[in-house]
Write a new protein. Structure first.
Length: 188
């Protein structure tokens, strides 16, 4: 990677069926390579189905259900995209509360592609500078976010990117924010 060291830092990856596989595996591997400890958190236990676009890809074992998970046990949160994944997560009350707790505790949160949909329903996006997959821009703007079409946007510990093509920049900024730790401006 780029020399980041997050040894001993625990990072929650919040997702469900329909996740865009590379938006899970690329940051997951970046966290591991930098010495971090990734944990897959989901609304249900068992296995989740990843996708490459509209095609089924690999399955992934859930480490912890979101109802059992506590933000206080982690240093950061990653929310991968995928339309189906994001659409189901955004209406899950436990997922909303889990994501919101990271903001309340001033911890880094990184979300890519359709992942920021959850941040709207968690009530943490108003006034924040973000990017996302282009089809979410109206939703994010209507929720009070300042949306821009950039490879990666960082705002006080909140990292957002548009799509898989932005993963190198997304991963680098994710690791940087985790390395920096809590951000006072990262609030709910």
């Amino acid at each position: 990677m780029s020399g980041h060291n997050i040894s001993g830092k625990k990072v929650a990856f919040l997702l469900t069926d329909g996740v865009e596989q590379v938006e899970l595996t690329s940051p997951w591997n970046a966290v591991k390579e930098a010495g971090g400890e990734p944990t897959l958190v989901a609304p249900k236990s068992g296995k989740l189905q990843g996708y490459k676009g509209t095609e089924k890809a690999e399955t992934f074992a859930v480490d912890l259900t979101v109802a059992e998970a506590q933000a206080s046990d982690f240093h950061a949160l990653v929310i991968p995209g995928g339309v189906v994944n994001a659409d189901h997560l955004r209406v899950d009350k436990d997922a909303q509360a889990f994501a919101r707790a990271f903001f309340e505790q001033h911890k880094p949160v990184a979300s890519i592609c359709h992942g920021p949909w959850l941040l709207i329903d968690a009530g943490v996006i108003s006034g924040r500078n973000v990017t996302s997959y282009h089809t979410l821009q109206t939703d994010l703007k209507n929720a009070g976010a300042n949306w821009s079409d950039q490879e990666v946007v960082v705002d006080q510990g909140l990292v957002t990117s548009r799509s898989p093509r932005d993963l190198p920049a997304f991963n680098d900024k994710l690791l940087e924010e985790i390395e920096e730790g809590e951000h006072a401006g990262q609030t709910a």
